[in-house]
Design a protein around this ligand. Structure first.
Ligand code: ADP
Length: 290
């Protein structure tokens, strides 16, 4: 199971949305992290064959996915960002309908639909219309439909968009539960969606991969780049112009303890890496690329 993107490029007119991207995916959970406009959806749409690439190749176990056609599409489960198209269906009918589109025979479609509604904990709601569901329940229905046919490649575009923290955690747990022996890609701009579950994180900006690695590797790569120091409250705007601020704590008496990200901290600041996380990695590299 190896999915390889080689010099993958997508231009919309003169806009380069993906710029010679080279990546290899094997079984595991990958977080594709980047701000809006980074090229995440473009990459997902090229992988799901919803969009034509400008240049480069995407191969699955050595053969281009365009050549594989349905043989590849049948192995891919996709959870798109948009929802709200099937409000009048019940959860169960929606899944059976999607299973039909994926080519599952009716009996198998019914079996998998019921099983997957159980996996995402919607068994008791299976005969209710999707219209009546909360955002989190709708996301779980979309996750269930992506799992129909037991795909080898699972592509999730902003799986927790619009959810409250409790629902986010629940969706995240489902994703790591079902990951198993699959290539799972999670595109997001929300760091917490992937920090605990991704084996590898790719940071994408303006169509390019800025850096990739495991969370501990990425955190280690910015060792010494996060510093803390005390300043007068009035000095904050000035500091904000020069540095990315990761956190500000009120220290009393008009003073602030400030956590900043950057290569050369101001005088009086000292490196403080003990709780550096992926969010600071993200801020550091994005800032570097601007
Ligand atoms: P992301 O999913 O990371 O937010 P996208 O892949 O949607 O990023 O977009 C990447 C870039 O391509 C953005 O600059 C966006 O404006 C541009 N883009 C996306 N779709 C189109 C399109 N259909 N026509 C022109 N430009 C587009």
């Amino acid at each position: 199971m190896e999915l390889v993107l080689k010099d993958l490029t997508k231009e919309y007119g003169s806009k380069v949305a993906l710029d010679h991207v080279n990546l290899t995916f094997r079984a595991g959970v990958y977080g594709i992290l980047g701000p809006n406009g980074a090229g995440k959806s473009t990459m997902m749409n090229l992988l799901t064959d919803n969009l034509k690439r400008t240049a480069g190749t995407i191969t699955y176990d050595g053969t281009d996915i365009l050549e594989l056609g349905q043989a590849f599409r049948g192995k891919v489960g996709y959870m798109p960002q948009q929802q709200g198209m099937y409000e009048e269906f019940t959860a169960r009918h929606f899944l059976q309908y999607m299973a039909g589109l994926k080519g599952l025979a009716p009996r198998e479609a019914r079996r998998q639909s019921d099983e997957l509604l159980g996996v995402v904990n919607l068994h008791e709601n299976k005969d209710q219309r999707i219209r009546s569901f909360s955002g989190g329940m709708k996301q779980r229905v979309m996750l269930a439909q992506a799992l129909l046919g037991d795909p080898e490649v699972l592509i999730l575009d902003e799986p927790t968009a619009g959810l409250d923290p409790e629902e986010r955690i629940r969706i995240r747990n489902y994703i790591s539960q079902i990951a198993g022996n699959k290539i799972v890609m999670i595109a997001t701009h929300v760091v917490s969606d992937i920090e605990g579950i991704a084996g590898e994180v790719l940071l994408l900006s303006e169509g390019k991969v800025l850096i990739k690695g495991s969370v501990p590797e990425l955190v280690a790569s910015i060792r010494g780049k996060v510093s803390e120091g005390m300043i007068e409250e009035s000095k904050l705007p000035e500091l904000q112009q020069q540095y990315r601020i990761s956190n500000v704590f009120h220290a009393g008496e008009g003073k602030l303890r400030v956590r900043i990200i950057g290569d050369c901290p101001p005088e009086g600041f000292a490196p403080e890496d003990s709780h550096t996380g992926l969010e600071e990695v993200y801020l550091y590299y994005l800032n570097q690329s601007l």
